[in-house]
Design a protein around this ligand. Sequence first.
Ligand code: SAM
Ligand code: SF4
Length: 335
Amino acid sequence: MTAPLIDPFARAITYLRVSVTDRCDFRCVYCMSENMTFLPKKELLTLEELDRMCSTFVRMGVEKLRITGGEPLVRRDIMTFFRSMTRHLDSGALKELTLTTNGSQLSRFADQLYDAGVRRVNISLDTLDEQKFADVTRWGRLPQVLKGIDAAQKAGLRVKINAVALKGFNEEELPTITNWCAERDMDLTWIEVMPMGDIGNEDRLDQYWSLKDVRATYADHYTVTDLAERTGGPARYVRLEETGQKIGFITPLSHNFCESCNRVRLTCTGELYMCLGQEDMADLRGPLREDPDSEEPLEAAIRKAIHLKPKGHDFDYSRQRADGQMSRHMSHTGG
Ligand code: SAM
Ligand code: SF4
């Protein structure tokens, strides 16, 4: 182990999210346009390079690794990478290896993920209506994802559903989705739509359903108790007294969560974003490739980058504009 990563605001960086591909088999309307241009494959870090990157971060104190994308499970041979990370779980350096997925490939991979040491997965699902699911994901099909969720639970993976709160789209489904999660013993978190990347003709403000309003909708249907508990991440939680469920809210816009931020994000091309809501990034691919036999240049570049981690993001819809809009897509930085 080397000295831990501490940023200028005394936050320890222990959580790395890694986007292993910008590609995806879905085209969710809030995430990318239908004719999205992807990076040339040669720009991507190889699986061996991803291993070196992640292993270096683990050596520098990262305890939690979340694999994301794009759709992480469409990257060819991605199980080789998961299996190579198992050694860090075995050594105890890594406490958790997990992923965020749209669920489309889980019937194929759930067992292998469990064998590699994954115990929890976040699965994104915004509606339980087949037609609406096809509309919002454009290329996704609900039965395939439901099969994936079945496979994940059968394999022993704990499932959390992430739903993006979309005005006029899944508002009235809130009790249905909530009860479905309760019946299947799955956690549920709502995410506010964020201004990430050009999405064609869609309008961000039209999509934006504030989580303050989502909470108010819960209060119409359930007895809601705010929980003080934080898990080091951006989510805040409430408990529904009728079902005993804990519901998470990720509110980058209506509430700022930066003060407890412990994470950084690596893109599939080796750029390190110190904050999801800022354009600042550091190239780690150059230092990684500088010396195939030494991680020293990489470690130095990581330390330098962490010293530049900003205090917080600048997303703001309060002026009825999508202020703080990021030019890159969520699929690039990894959600
Ligand atoms: N493809 C995987 C999936 O959908 O779970 C992983 C990558 S996806 C970019 C990660 C998460 O980001 C998903 O839960 C998705 O709903 C969310 N997301 C994508 N674009 C978003 C946006 N503009 N605002 C808020 N959440 C977004
Ligand atoms: Fe793909 Fe996930 Fe983006 Fe949907 S949210 S298009 S599944 S990367």
